[in-house]
Write a protein that binds this ligand. Structure first.
Ligand SMILES: Cc1cc2nc3c(=O)[nH]c(=O)nc-3n(C[C@H](O)[C@H](O)[C@H](O)COP(=O)(O)OP(=O)(O)OC[C@H]3O[C@@H](n4cnc5c(N)ncnc54)[C@H](O)[C@@H]3O)c2cc1C
Length: 399
């Protein structure tokens, strides 16, 4: 095919937002995604029955008014009017077989003694456990709060850098504090992919990258080749590392140092009348086989309710469905539909900012090579889009 200005590998929000910026600047842009559809961790699964349709998120579910770069793209794609509010339903704790409020898991005297540390302590160079044990008290942290944190990236977060978990960013005043989209978050991915100027290739993984005549050549599993002066990877770190083996060993090695976790997600759709659980945003159950159950109760539906169980990896289907049935209090025949999805999330550690700085130093010395993803500024959607914005600026500056 004709030579492109840039080939981007990975069609999650990191790759898509980078493709958006490149195409806006008039660059000939190809985006390669191994799955049939773009989105990655934007995974809105749709179900319809007798004319009733429903969707359930098996990945990201909530955006905030502070996601300014994302909102800029949403605006430009003309889908601002598809932003919808999320119902105010509680985040809950499942303990001793009962769904309770989050506050019920906190010891108030310990909280009152510890809370002033919020004004004294800085998150810099502390792990989540080190910092938050001091803010809420060690018992509150280990009994309750840590399990809510673990639910965010679906893994144990004790050793995560504290300053990368929840960041405060300037908010846009004209947008709901938190929101989703009428047809789910993946509709944002589809809107970006439909933009003029982005050549989207789905359904075949990039399997090798070489350099020929001063250009990058990306070969996909179906035997196609894509050639461009610039190459951007927006993939989980291990996949990016493998692809760079032949073209930049230093960056490939640096990427291989990062750890990551698999998230094994199962979504179930049930008729409303078949489940008696009160509406919830999510259920967190300390030390269970899942990190969280994220519900669709945040966007009411007349017919269905949906629950995405984010399991620890390695369970068989029997174990997963037994737990789903127990938590929802319904027999398996009452489950009307199921979806599955594997997501990969980074396991960030204290000192990650140094890792990211070194990655940028290596990239500065590389030949028109760009990296985006959820393992630079943080895992939140806005972190991904901000990273892509920065990488686009570097590309546009010819660096
Ligand atoms: C369950 C879950 C819930 C979350 N909830 C929220 C939330 O509510 N709010 C929030 O802000 N953040 C949330 N996050 C975090 C955020 O959604 C992710 O960090 C972000 O979407 C990651 O985007 P990405 O493009 O970097 O990676 P991904 O979405 O993982 O995309 C990488 C893409 O690369 C593709 N790929 C891999 N290998 C190849 C190859 N060889 N060739 C071609 N393509 C390849 C993959 O198929 C995938 O589509 C959540 C994450 C998860 C997993």
């Amino acid at each position: 095919m004709a030579q492109q200005d840039v080939v981007i590998i990975g069609g999650g929000i990191s790759g898509l937002s980078l493709a958006f910026y490149c195409s806006q600047a008039g660059m000939k842009t190809t985006l390669i995604e191994k799955d049939k559809a773009v989105g990655g961790s934007f995974a809105s699964h749709h179900y319809s029955s007798n004319g009733d349709s429903f969707w359930l998120e098996l990945g990201a579910h909530t955006c905030y008014s502070s996601y300014q770069n994302l909102l800029g793209i949403v605006d430009a794609c003309g889908i601002f009017d598809t932003i919808i509010p999320r119902e105010k339903v509680p985040f809950t704790l499942l303990r001793d077989g009962e769904v309770k409020s989050f506050m019920s898991g906190l010891g108030i005297p310990e909280l009152l003694v510890s809370a002033p540390n919020l004004f004294r302590l800085k998150k810099d160079n502390m792990t989540v456990k080190e910092y938050y044990s001091k803010i809420v008290g060690a018992n509150n942290y280990s009994n309750t709060v840590s399990h809510f944190f673990n639910a965010v990236p679906s893994q144990v977060t004790d050793d995560f850098p504290a300053d990368m978990m929840f960041k405060s960013r300037p908010k846009r005043k004209d947008v709901l504090k938190n929101y989703t989209f009428r047809d789910g978050l993946q509709s944002v991915a589809h809107a970006i992919a439909a933009r003029k100027g982005i050549d989207v290739r789905t359904g075949s993984a990039a399997e090798s990258v070489t350099i020929s005549g001063g250009n990058y050549v990306v070969r996909t599993e179906d035997g196609q080749e894509y050639t461009a002066g610039s190459l951007a990877l927006a993939l989980p770190s291990a996949a990016a590392s493998r692809l760079l083996q032949n073209v930049n060993q230093a960056v490939a090695h640096h990427l291989s140092l990062l750890k990551y976790a698999d998230v094994d997600s199962v979504g179930v759709v049930v008729r409303k009348e078949n489940v008696s659980l009160k509406p919830v945003a999510a259920i967190i159950s300390p030390n269970d086989t899942f990190f969280s159950v994220v519900s669709r109760d945040t966007v009411k539906d007349d017919n269905f309710r949906g629950f995405a169980f984010h399991f620890r990896p390695g369970l068989d289907d029997n174990a997963k469905f037994k737990r789903i049935s127990d938590v929802l209090g319904i027999g398996l025949p009452k489950i009307e539909h199921t979806f599955t999805k594997m997501n990969i999330v980074p396991s960030l550690r204290k000192g990650h900012r140094e890792w990211a700085r070194k990655a940028d130093d290596l990239l500065a010395g590389a030949r028109k090579l760009y990296l985006s993803g959820n393992y630079f500024g943080g895992m939140a959607i806005e972190d991904c889009v901000s990273r892509s914005h920065d990488e686009f600026d570097r590309m546009a500056g010819g660096k």
